[in-house]
Design a binder for this molecule. Structure first.
Ligand SMILES: Cc1ncc(COP(=O)(O)O)c(C=O)c1O
Length: 397
């Protein structure tokens, strides 16, 4: 496999280039303070896509998550259960809130939060559960929503990796009180950088505006008594760059086609890899779960996981594309793996690492193949099993 065959995303795209060119030449603003122009257009279209009352664009998925967490009004005694196996930004905005973080182990097949473990972690201080739909695979929302209802707990979805995925015919991002998405360039729907919130809850929407959209926009939209703070805001500036919105709007036109193309490609990848010995493949679309793909995580055997680094190097040698996914289990990161208290926390966040054996095993065994979004990628997909076989042999696996 050579460079030309490598996975490249986003691809050079003439329509997007034209839309950006047209936008700049039309003299439209490069900073939008209120809900108007391209920001309004994209928010209206995204809200319609999800059948949600409110969509708020932000300048990143991290900012979208921070705005939601801020809007929950958590205090330092509030406990929030978060997946151990997720991208760091699922939890890092909670550091700014100052609540208690309770990590939860994952399921072995998908890597999503394990609902049985989740229930064991609930206490009378638990205020919220954060669910990531990891690598585009929907979490078990019917179980999670039942647990949340039983204990009266809020569910927030981190759907940054799962735009367009569905569970029981319902789009992920529409199950909980609010959901965050990312428009960063690795995502299927991208704007370069950017993110957005989806919610049906007016209070969450208004408080999110007060955090990151103070001034003109918050003043014109916040109706609650907190309106008094609309001009000053609560300290962040999370407006999206209009050109990111232009790019995302352009990309949104094609998103459904890309989702179905990707599904076909990934099911081809699954088929061609299914005969490869010593390899476990990720769960595919099942009757209730219509997934999308942020990556295609393949696992080597548990007993031979010490070979993972060597196998990765062999993949590089044969130029087999890998996605650098950055989902090291959170308990392995500072501040969760040390009793040393970070200067801005009152207490250490150290967790008991023995509780996360499944997310450790998932991470230690997994290589991420990229999500092949384009139909022209099918040629590369056909070559992958042969190359993986060679890479395994070279690594002595
Ligand atoms: C699960 C998850 N949450 C949050 C984010 C943060 O999004 P952003 O990079 O737009 O801040 C990402 C980004 O990859 C992600 O994968």
């Amino acid at each position: 496999m050579n460079e030309r065959n490598s996975f490249i995303w986003p691809p050079a795209n003439k329509e997007i280039a034209q839309d950006v060119f047209d936008y700049i030449h039309s003299g439209e603003p490069l900073s939008i303070y209120d809900r108007s122009g391209v920001v309004q257009e994209l928010e209206v279209k995204l809200a319609a896509y999800f059948g949600a009352k409110y969509c708020l664009l932000t300048n990143s998925g991290t900012a979208a998550l921070h705005s939601i967490y801020f809007a929950l009004g958590l205090d330092e005694d509030s406990e929030v259960i978060v997946p151990d196996h997720t991208f760091r930004a699922t939890v890092s905005p909670l550091f700014l809130i100052g609540c208690k973080l309770i990590l939860c182990d994952c399921e072995y097949d998908s890597g999503n939060i394990d609902y049985q473990e989740l229930e064991k972690k609930i206490t009378d201080k638990t205020r919220a559960i954060v669910v990531t739909h990891i690598y585009g695979c929907p979490a078990r929302m019917e179980k999670i929503m039942l647990i949340a209802k039983k204990y009266g707990i809020i569910v927030i979805e981190d759907a940054a990796q799962a735009f367009g995925a569905q569970y029981n015919g319902k789009k992920v991002g529409t199950f909980g009180l609010a959901a965050a998405f990312s428009l960063q360039e690795n995502k299927l729907l991208y704007g370069g950088e950017g993110g957005f919130i989806i919610t049906n809850d007016r209070e969450i929407y208004e408080r999110a505006l007060l955090l990151g959209h103070a001034g003109k926009r918050a003043k014109s939209e916040v109706r609650s008594p907190e309106r008094a703070f609309a001009d000053m805001g609560y300290g962040a500036k999370y407006r999206i760059h209009p050109l990111s919105a232009v790019i995302a709007l352009s990309q949104l036109k094609k998103v459904n086609k890309l989702i179905s193309q990707t599904k076909k490609n990934m099911s081809l990848l699954h088929d061609v890899l299914s005969e490869t010995p010593k390899l476990s493949l990720p769960p595919m679309t099942r009757s209730v779960s219509d997934r999308v793909y942020y990556s295609f995580p393949i696992k080597i055997e548990e007993e031979r996981k010490s070979k993972l680094d060597q196998i990765r190097k062999s993949f590089k040698y044969y130029a087999i594309p890998q996605r650098d996914i950055g989902c090291r289990p959170l308990h392995q990161h500072p501040p969760f793996d040390t009793t040393k208290r970070p200067f801005f926390f009152k207490k250490s966040l150290k967790q008991t690492s023995a509780e996360f054996s499944t997310s450790d095993a998932f991470f230690a065994r997994t290589i991420h193949l990229p999500p092949y979004y384009l139909s022209e990628n099918r040629r590369i997909i056909q070559k992958i099993p042969g190359l993986i076989q060679k890479a395994f042999e070279r690594a002595g696996y």
